[in-house]
Ligand binder design. Sequence first.
Ligand code: GDP
Ligand code: MN
Length: 396
Amino acid sequence: MNLHEYQGKEILAGFGVAVQKGLVANNSDEAVAAAEKLTAETGTSWHVIKAQIHAGGRGKGGGVKLAKSLDEVKSISEKIIGMQLITPQTPPEGKKVNKVLVAEDVYYPGDSEPKEFYVSVLLNRSTGNNMIMYSTEGGMDIEAVAEKTPELIFTEEIDPAYGLRAFQARNVAFNLGLSGVAFKEMVKFITALYNAYVGADASLFEINPVLKTSDDKIIAVDAKVTLDDNALYRHTDYAELRDLSEENPTEVEAREVGLNYVALDGNVGCMVNGAGLAMATMDLIKQSGGSPANFLDVGGTADAARVETAFRLILKDPNVAAILVNIFGGIVRCDRVAQGIVDAYKNMGDAINVPIIVRLQGTNADIAKKLIDDSGLNVMSATAFEEAAQKVQEAL
Ligand code: GDP
Ligand code: MN
């Protein structure tokens, strides 16, 4: 689950990470009230107005603006709320902004040396460790830094069994070229950030930029956070952080009915039971020259109602030109699944407007094949895996 910047910063602050203070606002009146409140709290009369969408690069797209007065807070937030913000990380049509974060300006006027660093904590899937990735080149595209000057990106691998060790936090501060108070503040910052990452069961905390002010404060100015969905049951209070308007509507619907669905950009819809078989099916589609439109694990109970729900979800994607059903009948019998497919098809009528290729293997596969072949519907049966993929290609 991805979070908005303001939500990520709230979690960080809860773990003692120094963050740029801010308040979220749904309209320009709320933004002005937020700015007044922040001024009373922090003393600063300048604010940054930051669009809250699930995408980075907002600054480049005009979604982060400095306001030097309450009038500017009002006019800028009026402009940003409701805008369709296009950044290098949004879809081409951009994303609609529903909220802004009104934040204290932490870049002091006259600060000749505000220094921006990049710091992230993430899971390194190839080593099975947590990892702190950091760079002196903050504030810009880290992908560009990685491409042009990879020597400026450092990493600390953290064995989750030991946790972050003191020397590792000092390594970060040292490699970022800090000394004195700033060094100590960075060690504190990194330690608290790592605690937040572990404590919140996150899989990513990306802070870009981490700001060092001229008076040696170390502050998180941005926060891109991904929480591990599988650990959300341990944080019931995080459930309300989910912003459904930022998620793929079909994925949201699938989650509600208990189906594992992930949207992809190909044209072959997949209905499979078991995650492993689903992965193998997508590989096979690719190998035979196609491209999967989705990952869909219908799980153990492929009855008519469930098959119908799955068909309807798959067909919401306008790119789908054929559907491959690949089910292994172990616990669930193939003939039951076949009957489910036939019933769902008859029930849906014209709603099914693409060819369907069905491969059923396992218990009662022969009865299932006969059921499909005798149904008189636009459904092709296949026995072998490759044969099924081949038929999909021919049907496209
Ligand atoms: P992103 O573009 O989506 O990554 O959004 P960020 O939160 O990183 O903000 C983009 C840029 O806005 C930062 O790199 C800063 O240069 C600038 N910015 C953020 N906060 C402040 C602030 O308090 N004052 C000023 N002057 N600039 C800021
Ligand atoms: Mn940023």
